[in-house]
Write a protein that binds this ligand. Sequence first.
Ligand code: FES
Ligand code: FES
Length: 173
Amino acid sequence: MNDTPRSVKQVGFTVNGQAVALEVAARRTLAEALREDLGLTGTKVGCNRAECGSCTVLVDGRAVFACTMQVVEMGGRQVTTVEGLACHGELHPLQEAFIEHDAVQCGICIPGILMALKALLDRTLDPTEDEVKHAVAGNLCRCGTYPNTVKATLAAARALRDDAEATIARGSR
Ligand code: FES
Ligand code: FES
């Protein structure tokens, strides 16, 4: 007999490539589950009502506000947080470029901005300046890093394009 209270649900999904299983209250948000149940505090919560973008994560590759999603909706999905950006101990080119172009001030908005831009660069490695601005239109930065955010993103796109071209050139030898 299942003695799980009706208000508690079970959900299984993937976070940064790792399978997770949680028992959660039905209305628990994805942001709460990531930060409080899974200890992934890189995802920030600012407004908690879909206005600031600081909680942005990827769900099946799409940038979403984790404060607006219930974690029980995540069954079988792939969630990527800012902790999943670095790979084998190396920062993602976006992270490198943000440091290089001084696009980080207090950092509260930065995880969400990085994830919104990761979704963009996963779609295109040749974004226009307007596409970069549009990708982060829902992400507020009180420190005003916007101009450097755009420069950093275009630089990261160039670095990723160069990597892709080098890989193709190696494969054709
Ligand atoms: S905390 Fe989710 S949009 Fe502000
Ligand atoms: S770097 Fe401070 S809010 Fe964006």
